[in-house]
Design a protein around this ligand. Structure first.
Ligand SMILES: *[C@@H]1O[C@H](CO)[C@@H](O)[C@H](O)[C@H]1NC(C)=O
Ligand SMILES: *[C@@H]1O[C@H](CO)[C@@H](O)[C@H](O)[C@H]1NC(C)=O
Ligand SMILES: *[C@@H]1O[C@H](CO)[C@@H](O)[C@H](O)[C@H]1NC(C)=O
Ligand SMILES: *[C@@H]1O[C@H](CO)[C@@H](O)[C@H](O)[C@H]1NC(C)=O
Ligand SMILES: *[C@@H]1O[C@H](CO)[C@@H](O)[C@H](O)[C@H]1NC(C)=O
Ligand SMILES: *[C@@H]1O[C@H](CO)[C@@H](O)[C@H](O)[C@H]1NC(C)=O
Ligand SMILES: *[C@@H]1O[C@H](CO)[C@@H](O)[C@H](O)[C@H]1NC(C)=O
Ligand SMILES: *[C@@H]1O[C@H](CO)[C@@H](O)[C@H](O)[C@H]1NC(C)=O
Ligand SMILES: CC(=O)N[C@H]1CO[C@H](CO)[C@@H](O)[C@@H]1O
Length: 463
C-alpha cells in the first residue's frame, strides 16, 4: 500500500501533471497562454486496480499476522532466554570465584557446574534449532555457554594427577551400568495419591535433583528448605529457604517464594528476619508457622508467618546446645518433621542417653502430646525424616551416597534396619524434610537445595 505515494511522486516529476493512478497511464501535458497546465489522460479499462489493492491488503494482513506470530514467539523465547542468561551469569560468577581461588575446588563443584552447563547447553541448542539459527542472542548464548564449558575444563586441567578425571570416569561408568540395569527392569509402580498413606511404604528414592544454590551463597552450608508441609495447607506452593549464618548455628533469616520459577531465579523474594533467633537446621514450615529450636535454649519456637508473632514452649527433658546433634552437623538438637499424620519433633534426652526420641506435637496446644523412645543413637545418624508415622534415619555410605538404614514405626513401636541408597551431590546433609503434599524429600546439601521423589510400594504389596 505504501507504494501509491511513490507513484504519485514519479508522475509529478515525469509528466508535470498529477495522476493518482498506480496502473498504466499516458499523459500529454501542455501549458496554455494563461500558464495553466492542461492534461489529457488515457486511463486503462479498469479505472482503479481494486483487485491489486485487495490482494495487497490481504498479503499485508497475512504478513502482519505472521509478524505478530513471530513477535510472540520471540517474546516467549526472550523470556526463556532471560532466565537462561541470568542462570548463565550466575554460573559465570561461580566459575570466576572458583578461578580466583575463593572456593576450594573439590571435584563436586566441577561436577555440579558441568551438570548445569550441559543442561543449559542442550536447552540453548533446542532454542537455536527452533529459531532456525537466525537469532543472534541465542548464538551468543550458545557461544558463552561453550566458553564457560571450556573454562571449566581448563580449570580442571590444573589437577595434575588427573584424579578428578579418573574419578569422574568411574562415576560415568557406574552411571552407564545403572542405566543398563534400569533399562532392563523398568519399574512400573502405580501412582500413589499425595497426602495419603494408602501405599505399602517407602521402597526407593529417585536420583537427586539439584534445584540451585541457596540465596546466601556458597559459604552458607547449613540450613533447610522446602514447602509448607501441612497436608491441608492453604498454600501448597509456598517455598521457604532458611540458610543459617556461617557460624552453623544461628537462624536469623528465612526467605519465601510463592512460585518455583521465582526460587530458581532468586526473584520476588519475601524475607523475614526472626525476632527470636533459631538454632540449628531442624526448622520446618507447617501450616504457615515456622517451627524451630529457639536460640540457646530447650524451647521450641514457632513464628506465625502472617503476623510475625512468636510463641515459645519448653520441650521437656530435651537436651540442647549441641549436646546430641546429628553426625557431622552441629546444633541440630531439635529436628522438626511433618508427614501425613501431622507435626513431629525429633530430639534426645539425658535419660535416652542420646538416643532419638520421637515427639508428636499437638499444634493446638503446641506441646508434645506423645513420645516414643527409639534405640537409635542420634549422633550416629546423618539426618531423619518422618513418613506416615514412621521415622527413617540415614547414614553415609561414602561422600556420594547415603543410606536410609533405620526405621521406627510409631504405630507398632517396631524398629528395624533397611537399606535404601540415595545418591547425593555433596558430602554433608544438613537437613532432610519429607513433604506429604508432593511426596518429595527436600535436602539441604552443603548449601545446595536438592530434592528427591519418594517411591512407595503399592498398598497390596505392603511389607
Ligand atoms: C504513451 O504515448 C506514447 C506516444 O503516444 C506511446 O508511444 C507510449 O507507448 C504510450 N505509453 C503507454 C504506457 O501507453
Ligand atoms: C493469506 O493467507 C491465507 C490463509 O493462510 C491464504 O489462503 C492466502 O493465499 C494468503 N494470501 C496471500 C496474498 O498471501
Ligand atoms: C530454516 O531456514 C532455511 C533457509 O533459511 C529453510 O530452508 C528451512 O526450511 C528453515 N527450517 C525451518 C525448520 O524453519
Ligand atoms: C568466547 O571466548 C572467546 C575467546 O576467549 C572470546 O573472544 C569471545 O568474545 C567469547 N565469547 C563470548 C560470547 O563470551
Ligand atoms: C536406556 O534407555 C534410555 C531411554 O530409553 C536410552 O536413552 C539409553 O540409551 C538406554 N541406555 C542403555 C544403556 O541402554
Ligand atoms: C532405586 O532408584 C534408583 C534411582 O532411580 C535406581 O537406580 C535403583 O535401581 C532403584 N532401586 C530399586 C531397588 O528399585
Ligand atoms: C486434613 O483434612 C482432612 C479432611 O478435612 C482431615 O480428615 C485430615 O485429618 C486433615 N489432616 C491433618 C493432618 O490435619
Ligand atoms: C490438642 O490440644 C487441644 C488443646 O489443649 C485439645 O483440645 C486437643 O484434644 C488436643 N488434641 C489431641 C489430638 O490430643
Ligand atoms: C548465588 C548468586 O550468584 N545468585 C545471583 C544470581 O543472579 C541473580 C540476578 O542476576 C542475583 O540476584 C543473585 O544474587
Amino acid at each position: 500500500m505504501e507504494k501509491i505515494p511513490l507513484f504519485l511522486i514519479m508522475a509529478l516529476s515525469v509528466g508535470h501533471c498529477s495522476s493518482a493512478s498506480s496502473d498504466s497511464y499516458n499523459i500529454t501535458g501542455a501549458v496554455d497562454e494563461s500558464g495553466q497546465c492542461l492534461c489529457t489522460m488515457i486511463l486503462p479499462d479498469n479505472t482503479f486496480p481494486m483487485y491489486r489493492m485487495e490482494s495487497l491488503e490481504i498479503s499485508s494482513y497475512n504478513l502482519s499476522i505472521s509478524v505478530q506470530q513471530e513477535i510472540t514467539k520471540i517474546q516467549s523465547y526472550h523470556s526463556t532466554l532471560t532466565v537462561y542468561l541470568e542462570k548463565l551469569s550466575n554460573l559465570t560468577h561461580r566459575v570466576e570465584k572458583v578461578e580466583m581461588g575463593e572456593v576450594s575446588y573439590k571435584e563436586l563443584d566441577f561436577t555440579l557446574l558441568k551438570l548445569e552447563i550441559r543442561e543449559m547447553e542442550s536447552l540453548a541448542f533446542q532454542l537455536s534449532v527452533s529459531l532456525n539459527g537466525s537469532n543472534i542472542i541465542v548464538e551468543t548464548l550458545l557461544m558463552e555457554i561453550r566458553n564457560i564449558s571450556i573454562m571449566v575444563s581448563q580449570l580442571e586441567s590444573y589437577d595434575k594427577n588427573n584424579v578428578l578425571a579418573v574419578r569422574r570416569e568411574i562415576v560415568s561408568l557406574q552411571k552407564r551400568l545403572q542405566d543398563c540395569q534400569t533399562n532392563q527392569t523398568v519399574p512400573s509402580l502405580p501412582p500413589v495419591i499425595h497426602g495419603t498413606c494408602d501405599h505399602g511404604g517407602l521402597v526407593n528414592m529417585t536420583k537427586p535433583f539439584v534445584v540451585q544454590l541457596n540465596w546466601r551463597g556458597f559459604s552458607y552450608k547449613y540450613g533447610g528448605w522446602g514447602k509448607d508441609s501441612f497436608v491441608n495447607t492453604s498454600n501448597k506452593d509456598l517455598l521457604w529457604v532458611a540458610p543459617l549464618n556461617t557460624d552453623a548455628r544461628i537462624m536469623q533469616y528465612v526467605r519465601f517464594h510463592s512460585a518455583y520459577d521465582d526460587l530458581l531465579l532468586y526473584k520476588n523474594p519475601t524475607d523475614k528476619t526472626l525476632s527470636n533467633y533459631g538454632q540449628g537446621s531442624g526448622m520446618i514450615l507447617y501450616d504457615n508457622f515456622l517451627y524451630y529450636n529457639c536460640y540457646n535454649s530447650k524451647y521450641m519456637c514457632r513464628m506465625n508467618m502472617g503476623t510475625n508473632e512468636v510463641q515459645r514452649q519448653i520441650l521437656t527433658n530435651a537436651v540442647y546446645n549441641n549436646r546430641f546433634s546429628y553426625a557431622a552437623v552441629t546444633y541440630q538438637d531439635m529436628d522438626f518433621a511433618a508427614d501425613e499424620e501431622g507435626l513431629w519433633v525429633l530430639y534426645s534426652t539425658e535419660e535416652s542417653a542420646g538416643n532419638i526420641v520421637i515427639g508428636k506435637i499437638n499444634v493446638t496446644s503446641f506441646t508434645v502430646e506423645r513420645s516414643w523412645a527409639t534405640t537409635q543413637y542420634k549422633p550416629g545418624v546423618t539426618n531423619t525424616f518422618m513418613i506416615c508415622g514412621v521415622l527413617y534415619a540415614t547414614k553415609p555410605v561414602n561422600t556420594r551416597r547415603e543410606e536410609i538404614f533405620y526405621m521406627y514405626d510409631t504405630h507398632s513401636r517396631n524398629e528395624r534396619k533397611l537399606s535404601i541408597i540415595m545418591d547425593k551431590m555433596m558430602e554433608t546433609i544438613q537437613s532432610l524434610q519429607y513433604n506429604p503434599n508432593d511426596h518429595k524429600l527436600y535436602m539441604y546439601n552443603d548449601g545446595y537445595l536438592v530434592n528427591y521423589d519418594v517411591t512407595f510400594l503399592p498398598s497390596s504389596e505392603s511389607q
